[in-house]
Design a protein around this ligand. Structure first.
Ligand SMILES: [Zn+2]
Length: 77
């Protein structure tokens, strides 16, 4: 194996073997895939659980900031 070249195929296969203990179900094909997999090995679809959770708290933080800003003006003007 050439060390200078990054072989993604063997890297992902190694990861699959290492993370076999903690598995989750693919939301698209219901096959078992590693917990930290970014795409399904079976159907090839992207699994972005973390990306869908991130905008939720960002939106709530924005709402809370805007509401507190309005409350501040209502109370002091
Ligand atoms: Zn799948």
């Amino acid at each position: 194996m050439a060390e200078g070249k990054f072989d993604y195929q063997s890297f992902s296969q190694e990861q699959e073997g290492l993370d076999f203990g903690k598995m989750k179900k693919c939301p698209y094909c219901s096959k078992p895939i590693p917990e930290d997999a970014i795409s399904c090995y079976y159907c090839g679809k992207l699994i972005d659980d973390n990306d869908s959770a991130r905008p939720a708290w960002f939106v709530w933080t924005a709402i809370i900031l805007v509401v507190s800003f309005f409350l501040f003006f209502l109370l002091f003007l």
